[in-house]
Design a protein around this ligand. Structure first.
Ligand code: GDP
Ligand code: MG
Length: 441
């Protein structure tokens, strides 16, 4: 997709006369690319109309950077579609919330329930899982296995066939146990059949969830709008999670899901494992969708805010792709020292939403300082290695003792490192553009 969009914009900027026809040709080309990426036809058409309103032909003709203007307009329009204008209900730690998961069979509900529970557990919550899927044989075993692995309490039955009854009992049980996040996994069918939707409605009525999350497989092509709408019409969907973003999926369906449910995407699933789960962030997602080289805006920012003398070194390290703890340490130093580099990293998926959530700058700074204290207790070998296996239990214990922190903190810091290393690895082999070349990206 990224390729065809850049090509369309490229062609347009090569045209000697930028007239309405040239703009239309360009937009048609982009439309085709977006449709191929599973963005719903109506959304694409509306976007096209909006862009034509926004992009001023005179500006383009006057030799301003055309590619930049059009790309920015598309980017902004897609971001707007992904922003339903309201945030979802957010559970509060220590206060009981019931969260129900709905979606088609195979969309990733059971997997995502566990990821969601695990994500909160790591932050000190007391989550619990309820299996209200009595439709699929083996559903309870699957949830039980996942929950056991993550040490999360679970509830379910091999014999009871009424999902409403199980859901109700499970929620009651965990309320009594003072769990603060009670997660109800429901069944699915291959289509949004009446029986499934009715069962969901009943489970929802019985458990009175604070939040209903619609789970959608990103690889289902053009179907998501109708699917999401069918669910929304039956129960009060309040948020969306998109799964399997690690595969070939192009992710355009996310736009449809938001448009149909008028609810925000809150997380994405990026793999089968428990920790392959990311807080959703609109801008990096749209960059990825447009294939604007995830990194083009990022590079721009580097040139804008990183001091000139530090640029070559940082870019060199980026292109080598070996993310060591020492590099993380140096970037943290920059982050604390110069402030603005925070803007650079806020453009990287993973960095912004997790490490530096908006409005929590103070806490983020404290966290970064804590991480750095622990890294101060590391040996050179540990800092310069990009092999996470090097840090075995005894080394972690030594680091924790040295820094006067619990081992849990060292583990948390290493998780952060692994996540950043994954982001970083995508930049390996990156062609490093020189200043000046940037503006034409
Ligand atoms: P459910 O029927 O909606 O409960 O779906 P499951 O949770 O059982 O998931 C169906 C399949 O999708 C399983 O094989 C999961 O491992 C897989 N799956 C779920 N989420 C992801 C994801 O984010 N990435 C990948 N690659 N696979 C996933
Ligand atoms: Mg399931």
């Amino acid at each position: 997709l990224g390729g065809s969009i850049s090509r369309a914009i490229q062609q347009m900027s090569n045209a000697t006369i930028i007239d309405e026809k040239a703009l239309n040709d360009c937009l048609n080309e982009i439309t085709r690319a977006l449709l191929q990426s599973d963005v719903q036809f109506k959304l694409v058409r509306d976007m096209q109309t909006n862009i034509k309103k926004i992009v001023n032909l005179d500006d383009l003709a006057a030799g301003h950077n055309k590619r930049r203007i059009i790309q920015q307009a598309i980017f902004n329009e897609l971001c707007k579609i992904l922003d339903p204008g309201k945030s979802s209900f957010t559970p509060k730690k220590g206060k009981t919330s019931v969260v129900m998961f709905v979606g088609l069979q195979g969309s990733g509900k059971t997997t995502t329930c566990t990821k969601y529970a695990y994500y909160h557990q790591k932050k000190g919550w007391k989550p619990a899982l309820v299996c209200a899927d009595t439709f699929r044989a083996g559903a309870f075993d699957q949830l039980k296995q996942n929950a056991t692995k993550a040490k999360i309490p679970f509830y379910g039955s091999y014999t009871e066939s009424d999902p409403v009854k199980i859901a109700e009992e499970g929620v009651e049980t965990f309320k009594k146990e003072n769990c603060d996040l009670i997660i109800v996994d429901t069944s699915g069918r291959h289509k949004q059949e009446a029986a499934l939707l009715e069962e969901m409605r009943q489970v929802s009525e019985a458990t009175k969830p604070d939040l209903i999350i619609f789970v959608m497989d990103s690889s289902i092509g053009q179907a998501p709008f109708d699917q999401a709408q069918a669910f929304k019409q039956m129960v009060a969907v309040g948020a969306v999670i998109i799964t399997k973003m690690d595969g070939h999926a192009k992710g355009g369906g996310a736009l449809s899901a938001v448009a149909a449910t008028k609810s925000p995407v809150i997380f994405i699933g990026t793999g089968e494992h428990m920790d392959e789960f990311e807080v959703f962030d609109v801008k990096p997602f749209v960059s990825r969708l447009l294939g604007m080289g995830d990194w083009s805006g990022f590079m721009d920012k580097i040139h804008e805010v990183v001091p000139m003398d530090q640029q070559p070194e940082l870019l060199q390290k980026l292109s080598e792709g070996n993310f060591t703890l020492r590099i993380m340490y140096e970037q943290f130093q920059n982050l604390l020292k110069m402030g603005p580099i925070g803007q650079v990293f806020s453009m990287l998926p993973g960095f912004s939403a997790e490490l530096m959530p908006k409005g929590h700058e103070k806490e983020s700074q404290a966290k970064i300082k804590r991480y750095m204290t622990m890294m101060d207790s590391m040996t050179n070998e540990e800092l310069d290695s990009s092999n996470p296996k090097l840090l075995n239990d005894s080394r972690m214990m030594r680091i924790a003792r040295g820094a006067g922190r619990p081992i849990r903190d060292v583990m948390e810091m290493l998780e952060e490192y692994k996540r950043l290393a994954k982001v970083w690895s995508k930049m390996k082999g990156l062609k490093i553009p020189k200043k000046g070349e940037m503006s034409s990206l």
